[in-house]
Design a protein around this ligand. Structure first.
Ligand SMILES: [Zn+2]
Length: 307
C-alpha cells in the first residue's frame, strides 16, 4: 500500500511524481535535471536511483539531506516512515547494535494523565529543553525496565540510524543519575543535525549540545571519537568551537592541537565553572561570538604552564 503522506512529502520536494511499478515513483532528477522523469524512488524500501546520472541511496533521508531539505520536512519524514516500517537498525560502524530500550515512550506524544510523563517533561523544562527540542531530538522516557525513571535522548547518524543514546534520571533522588548503553562511543553525536558547511561546536554531553542548538556535537564523554575527527577533516570544516568544561581541559587542548595541525581554525570556549546546559542558549551563543581564535603561541603557553 502506498504511504500517501510520504508520497505527498516527497512530492513537495521533488515535484509531481508518476507511479511506475512495484511502489516506484518517478520524478525529475534534481541532480542531472534530465528532461524525463528518471529518478525513481521506492516508497516501500525507500531506495532511490536516477537512471541517467546514477545518483542513488538506500534511504529517503539521504536524498533529503543532499537536497538540503528544510528541517521540518525531515521531522515529518521520520514521522511518516515510523508509521509504516521504520525501526532503528544496527549501524555499520558500531560493532554492537544499539537499540532504544524496549520500554521507550516518546515524549512528543502527549500523555498528560501519566505522572511519569509529566515528571519527565518537568525535568526537561527545568533544564531549558523545549517541546521543540523534544520533537527535534525525538526525546523519550522509560517508566519501567532498566531505564525506568530516565529521560532517553537518542543520537542518530547522517542516515537517521540510531548510533547512541543517553539516559538521564528525572527524579532527584535516583541513585544512578546517568545510564548509558554499553556500545561504542566512536560515533558522531547528533550527526543527523550537523551541517558540515558551518562551524561546529564540540561539547561534552547531550544537554550541552541541545542548549547550544546550532551545530553542536556531543562527545558523550571527554575524548574526541575518531569517527568525528575523520568527519571534520573529510568535510573540510573550517572552524571548530571547543566547549568542554574545566576538568576536560587537557583533552580540549589536545583536540585543539590536532585540528590546528590540520588547518582548521579552532576557538577555545572558556566557560568558567558551568556546563553550557546550565548557562542557557542565549548566553552561550554570545560567549561563542566573543571568543578569540586560538594561536599556536597560546597552545605553547598552555604547555609551559603544564596544564
Ligand atoms: Zn539524475
Amino acid at each position: 500500500m502506498t504511504n500517501f503522506k510520504l508520497l505527498t512529502l516527497v512530492e513537495s520536494v521533488l515535484g509531481k511524481g508518476r507511479s511506475t511499478n512495484k511502489g516506484n515513483v518517478a520524478f525529475h532528477c534534481p541532480f542531472c535535471h534530465h528532461n524525463k522523469k528518471k529518478l525513481e524512488v521506492n516508497m516501500n524500501s525507500q531506495h532511490w536511483h536516477c537512471w541517467v546520472c546514477n545518483a542513488a541511496g538506500r534511504k529517503i533521508i539521504t536524498l533529503f539531506k543532499k537536497l538540503k531539505v528544510e528541517r521540518f520536512k525531515i521531522s515529518k519524514l521520520f514521522e511518516y516512515i515510523e508509521e509504516t516500517e521504520y525501526r532503528p537498525k544496527i549501524t555499520t560502524t558500531n560493532t554492537k547494535a544499539v537499540e532504544l530500550p524496549a520500554e521507550f515512550k516518546p515524549l512528543w506524544k502527549l500523555n498528560k494523565l501519566s505522572p511519569e510523563y509529566r515528571n519527565a517533561v518537568y525535568y526537561l523544562k527545568k533544564r531549558n529543553i523545549t517541546i521543540y527540542d523534544i520533537l527535534k531530538y525525538r526525546i523519550g522516557y522509560c517508566d519501567s525496565g532498566p531505564y525506568s525513571g530516565k529521560v532517553i535522548i537518542p543520537s542518530y547518524d547522517a542516515n537517521g540510524v540510531l548510533n547512541y543514546f543517553v539516559g538521564r534520571a528525572y527524579y532527584e533522588d535516583d541513585t544512578f543519575k546517568h545510564k548509558n548503553p554499553q556500545v561504542s562511543k566512536d560515533i558522531v553525536g547528533f550527526e543527523l543535525h550537523v551541517n558540515w558547511n558551518y562551524p561546529v561546536c564540540l561539547v561534552e554531553g547531550a544537554f550541552d549540545a541541545i542548549a547550544i542548538r546550532r551545530n553542536a556535537i556531543p562527545l558523550f564523554g571527554k575524548t574526541i571519537p575518531n569517527q568525528l575527527k575523520h568527519r571534520i577533516i573529510e568535510n573540510n570544516v573550517k572552524t571548530i568551537y571547543i566547549c568542554l568544561d574545566k576538568d576536560a581541559r587537557k583533552q580540549a587542548i589536545e583536540t585543539a592541537e590536532y585540528f590546528m595541525a590540520n588547518g582548521v581554525d579552532v576557538y577555545f570556549v572558556d566557560i568558567e565553572e558551568k556546563d553550557p546546559s546550565d548557562i542557557g542558549f542565549g548566553k552561550i551563543n554570545s560567549i561563542l561570538a566573543n571568543t578569540e581564535k586560538l594561536t599556536s603561541e597560546w597552545l605553547m603557553e598552555q604547555r609551559i604552564l603544564g596544564i
